[in-house]
Each structure stands twice: as structure tokens, then as C-alpha cells.
Design a protein around this ligand. Structure first.
Ligand SMILES: C[S@@+](CC[C@H](N)C(=O)[O-])C[C@H]1O[C@@H](n2cnc3c(N)ncnc32)[C@H](O)[C@@H]1O
Length: 259
């Protein structure tokens, strides 16, 4: 099951590396600015960016730290991140394929772990957080960003079904409370939690994952019938042949608990 999901990630993202390299949400999204503004990185830090995609987070931190290792399950994404680093003349970015749930690094290696807009793809999210904690030095920093859903279980299931229809490699977006509890359980002390909404245009969002015309219709129908607890999260508004809706993202900055 987990291997099926990981194969789906590689299929979905293997064909989408260019779309992610140029996606405004990923290249310039608000969470990137919050992470780089609020994490006071040091020039001698060794950092890992987990599930780097086209490398936007790794590249944003590269000028601030000693070295960044940008990792991703999908080889095409790692290659895209390497190309982007070379284009920008960033010589302290190393790239390496790696599964977030089984990081090929020794304990206590990194000063900073970042993971942005990827956690909802991990079949075993608690295992990934344990890996982040394991590879961080005591007191090391985690910069995390991902979408969140709502506490209502039926609405959360509806929301996740919606996302999964667009992207079969989607696993689960938790509520903020679930996410914070997982982080604490993995040994993190949360310092900053910042939430914001980001507006999507339906066709742009769906086309990034090459959704078929039939599934687009099903998604639009689902959007017309969202349960009440999702109204304030998705805030859909219709315009001609499209719908604009919001996703909610959270940035969490935490450090690894130490005695
Ligand atoms: C939306 S992209 C990441 C965006 C990127 N972090 C950024 O800041 O622009 C999601 C990435 O998660 C990766 N991914 C999914 N599951 C993974 C796993 N188990 N381990 C490592 N990477 C994974 C995918 O290959 C994809 O490149």
C-alpha cells in the first residue's frame, strides 16, 4: 500500500517537475517568505530540505546557510532542483534522491530540517516526523509548511477525497490540532504557528496535476456540494466557467526538544 502510494508520487511528480519549477504558489508562496524571515539561519548550518520538489525552499535558504542537501523521492524533481541551483550559481546545494520516511543520514546530522507542501503525500507521516527528529541535532530547528483541513471528521474526509481525486498521490491533510499533536509526539517544541489562506483558480490547480476533463467535472460537482464546515476554509466563488477557492496553509517553526 505504502509502496503503491510512493510509486504514484513518482508518476505524478515525475511528469510535473517543470510545472512545479514555474508554479507561483511554490516559487513565491507566502510560506517561503515566513520560513526565511522567521528562521534565523546561521552561515555554518548544515540543512536538509525534505521533499524539495523543484527546490524552491532549498534555494531560498542556500545563501543563508553553509550547505543544503535537497532531497526528494522523485528523481526528476531532484534533477530539476539541481538544474535550478546551477542556474542560480548556488554551489552549496547538493541534491540526493531520498524517502522522507527513511532518510539516508546519520542521527544528529543537521541544524535545520525544512519540509514544505509535501507532508500530505507521506503514507506514514509520524514516521517522517521521527526521521526529521532523528537527523536533527539536539535543539535543531524544523521549518514546516503544509495545508491543513478542518477538525470535523466528515468534512475532513470530503476535503481529502477532493484532493485525492485531483492527485492520486495525495494521502491526508490533517487538521491543525492533529498536526501539532503529531509534532509534539515526535519530540518537537512548537515556537511559531502562522496560518493563511491561498486562493487557487480551479483549472490552473487541476491542470498542474493533468486532471482529465471527466474528473474536472466531478471535482466541480463536489465543490458545488461542499459540507458546511468546509465553507469557511474553501470559500468558493464562481466566475464564468471556473471557480476560485482557497486552501489553508500553516507554517510551523519548532525545535527539537533537549534536556
Ligand atoms: C509540492 S512538491 C514540494 C514543493 C517544495 N517543497 C517547495 O517548497 O516548492 C511535493 C514533493 O513531495 C515529494 N514527495 C512525496 N512523497 C515523498 C516522500 N515519501 N519522500 C520524499 N519526497 C516525497 C514529491 O516527489 C514532490 O516533489
Amino acid at each position: 500500500m505504502a509502496n503503491d502510494l510512493k510509486a504514484k508520487v513518482q508518476t505524478q511528480f515525475g511528469a510535473a517537475s517543470e510545472a512545479y519549477a514555474t508554479s507561483t504558489i511554490h516559487a513565491k508562496g507566502k510560506s517561503l517568505k515566513i520560513l526565511t524571515d522567521l528562521i534565523h539561519a546561521e552561515p555554518d548550518w548544515l540543512m536538509i530540505d525534505v521533499a524539495t520538489g523543484a527546490g524552491h525552499t532549498a534555494l531560498a535558504f542556500a545563501p543563508k546557510v553553509g550547505k543544503v542537501i535537497a532531497t526528494d523521492l522523485t528523481e526528476a524533481m531532484v534533477n530539476k532542483a539541481a538544474d535550478m541551483a546551477a542556474q542560480r550559481g548556488l554551489t552549496n546545494v547538493e541534491t540526493r534522491p531520498a524517502d522522507a520516511e527513511e532518510l539516508p543520514f546519520a542521527d544528529n546530522t543537521f541544524d535545520l530540517v525544512t519540509c514544505r507542501i509535501a507532508f500530505h503525500h507521506f503514507p506514514h507521516p509520524r514516521q517522517a516526523l521521527r526521521e526529521f527528529a532523528r537527523v536533527l541535532k539536539p535543539g535543531g530547528v524544523l521549518g514546516f509548511a503544509d495545508n491543513i483541513s478542518v477538525a470535523d471528521k466528515v468534512a475532513a474526509q470530503y476535503y481529502n477525497d477532493y484532493e485525492k481525486l485531483r492527485d492520486p498521490s495525495h494521502v491526508w491533510v490533517p487538521s491543525l490540532e492533529e498536526l501539532q499533536a503529531m509534532l509534539v509526539e515526535a519530540g518537537f517544541v512548537i515556537e511559531v504557528t502562522r496560518q493563511f489562506s491561498k486562493e487557487m483558480e480551479f483549472h490552473d490547480w487541476a491542470d498542474r496535476m493533468r486532471v482529465s476533463a471527466e474528473d474536472k467535472e466531478r471535482l466541480l460537482e463536489m465543490m458545488r456540494n461542499i459540507p458546511a464546515p468546509l465553507e469557511s476554509l474553501l470559500m468558493p466563488h464562481w466566475e464564468n466557467d471556473t471557480v476560485y477557492f482557497s486552501l489553508r496553509e500553516v507554517v510551523i517553526i519548532a525545535h527539537l526538544w533537549q534536556d
